[in-house]
Write a protein that binds this ligand. Structure first.
Ligand code: BYC
Length: 494
């Protein structure tokens, strides 16, 4: 009997999860009965399409791309694959199902019912976080818009476009929250999200890393590995939010985000794999012999390390200052929690606890206990670093299996920072403090130089033959949607 009842309710839940495609904007939030928000979103739609036309992927807009589109938010079968022209992609509003009786899992409202509307006293803070989150999504599309022209294969080209359309959808997700819950100023913020531009001198995107260039595919893989992983951590924290619609939105975004990090992790794996194979075939025993390795038409491991140093350090900046009253206030208010908040065994209020923070003390990098509340950015950043290590283990396994004595490593958190404790000093990747002159003399050893960039650029020759791959990257182990190696992921319109 109990089982029957639960089956019925499961089925009911599944129906709710299915996406309504009858309105112009696919959704599972009953937009057809929410005329005001539907109207606001429909009003915003043309501006979005203009933005996509101006700032989305350059070229390929009439090509058929084998894309995955969400049709339900049920984790077991939420997506279907089909050929779609990117401008016809069904961007929409998808929230994870509402959890019955969900309570606020942290902060001073701990244990109170989650909010279905914006609490007045936390309105400004919530709006700010939603706007910052929203701003990163179109920014990444803008940063990646030129990459289609130099894709190393149709498989990679398709993955780039999948990432791009989903970042576009994540922008829709934040715009929905702004338009539904924040009235006129929410609508203005939604318009501004289409106005700012990555790297623009007058109207840049809000966070540092989103104004940097993504000049080549190695950067793209590093970005999707390291910067999208900041996205994962931040979305996890916002998924804990007491503001339930934000929590539900972020929970569904995380399912899409996972593919982006997969693209990064496997992309770097494939570059490393190819380099090792080429070095072996050529009988090169020293992977640091950069000139010899480059002559093979692959990216040498020291240059991969430099790219890693750059993207990891830029991504660390996205966590804000190690000690932050903003973070403490957001936690206290029940607006932004910790990674895996509900699984942490403590009082979820943190009024009396401390957390060790890396700080600069008398010219040395030291751990200092700080109130846990103000140290929340540091804690999330530590969780992030742990999460990053997994990829390094895989890449290093490839290198050691090929018989090379070379290890990719994460640079010290004091290296190349523009935000927080270490922004005013220079440190080597090993965490040794150095003066300005030494930094200026040696930074080319640790960060990609113009020469490194030119070399990588020289490899970025598009490969568009079905089942073919550029010289510097291995084919993937499995295809998308289990397609065979010779699958035409993008039918390029010429
Ligand atoms: N650049 O107390 P502080 C993603 C500002 S990625 C520029 O140190 P707080 C994605 C800060 O705004 C995830 N400014 O830090 C990935 C504040 O300014 P105001 C995006 C910065 O506030 C790939 C001042 O410095 N989501 O989804 O505790 C592809 C002092 O702030 C930066 C989120 O970030 C910076 N790096 O934490 C696509 C979640 N860092 O207010 C998508 C929402 C700090 O004094 N955002 N500042 O003018 C947040 O939770 C927080 O705003 C931050 C900063 C974690 C970003």
């Amino acid at each position: 009997m109990t089982e029957n009842v639960s089956n019925v309710s499961k089925e009911h839940a599944m129906n709710i999860m299915n996406v309504d495609y009858s309105t112009k904007i696919p959704n599972n939030v009953n937009l057809s009965e929410d005329r005001q928000v539907l109207k606001a979103l429909e009003g915003w739609h043309p501006g979005y399409m203009n933005w996509w036309g101006d700032m989305g992927p350059e070229g390929f807009q009439q090509s058929l791309v084998y894309l995955r589109t969400a049709y339900s938010v049920d984790p077991r079968g939420w997506a279907k694959f089909d050929y779609v022209k990117m401008p016809d992609y069904r961007w929409g509003i998808l929230l994870a199902p509402q959890e019955e009786n969900r309570v606020i899992p942290f902060g001073e409202h701990f244990g109170e019912p989650a909010w279905q509307e914006v609490p007045g006293e936390h309105r400004a803070m919530l709006r700010r976080l939603i706007v910052i989150q929203g701003d990163t999504e179109p920014a990444s599309v803008e940063q990646q818009r030129h990459l289609g022209k130099t894709a190393p294969s149709l498989y990679d080209l398709r993955n780039l476009f999948q990432v791009n359309v989903e970042e576009g959808r994540h922008l829709w997700a934040m715009v929905y929250l702004l338009q539904k819950y924040f009235g006129r100023d929410g609508r203005e913020e939604a318009d501004d999200l289409l106005r700012r531009r990555s790297g623009d001198a007058d109207s840049p995107r809000m966070l540092g890393a989103f104004n940097e260039a993504t000049p080549d595919w190695l950067s793209f893989f590093m970005f999707t590995y390291f910067t999208d992983r900041d996205g994962k951590m931040q979305l996890h924290s916002l998924a804990q939010s007491g503001f339930d619609p934000l929590s539900r939105t972020c929970r569904f975004m995380l399912t899409e985000e996972a593919h982006h990090m997969f693209v990064g992790e496997t992309g770097i794996s494939r570059v490393v794999q190819r380099t090792c194979e080429a070095m072996k075939a050529a009988g090169i025993s020293d992977p640091s012999d950069v000139a010899k390795v480059r002559a093979l038409g692959v990216v040498d491991l020291p240059t991969i390390q430099k790219k890693l140093n750059l993207h990891y350090s830029l991504s660390l900046d996205l966590f804000g200052s190690e000690v932050s009253t903003n973070a403490a206030n957001a936690f206290n208010a029940g607006v932004k929690g910790r990674f895996h908040e509900t699984q942490i065994k403590d009082d979820h209020r943190l009024q009396n606890s401390t957390y060790p923070v890396l700080k600069l003390v008398n010219g040395e990098i030291k751990r200092v206990d700080e109130p846990a509340l103000t140290a929340l950015n540091m804690r999330l950043r530590d969780d992030y670093t742990q999460d990053c290590v997994k990829g390094l283990l895989r890449w290093n396994k490839i290198i050691s299996t090929a018989g090379y004595d070379f290890k990719l490593t994460l640079p010290n958190v004091a290296f190349h920072r523009q935000i927080g404790e270490f922004k005013d000093i220079h440190a080597t990747p090993d965490g040794v403090l150095i003066d300005d002159a030494t930094w200026n003399k040696r930074k080319g050893e640790w960060l990609p130089s113009t020469d490194d960039g030119d070399f990588i650029a020289s490899l970025m020759i598009p490969v568009t033959g079905v089942g073919e791959f550029a010289s510097w990257i291995s084919p993937p182990k499995v295809g998308i949607d289990n397609k065979p190696g010779d699958f035409e992921y993008v039918k390029i319109e010429t």
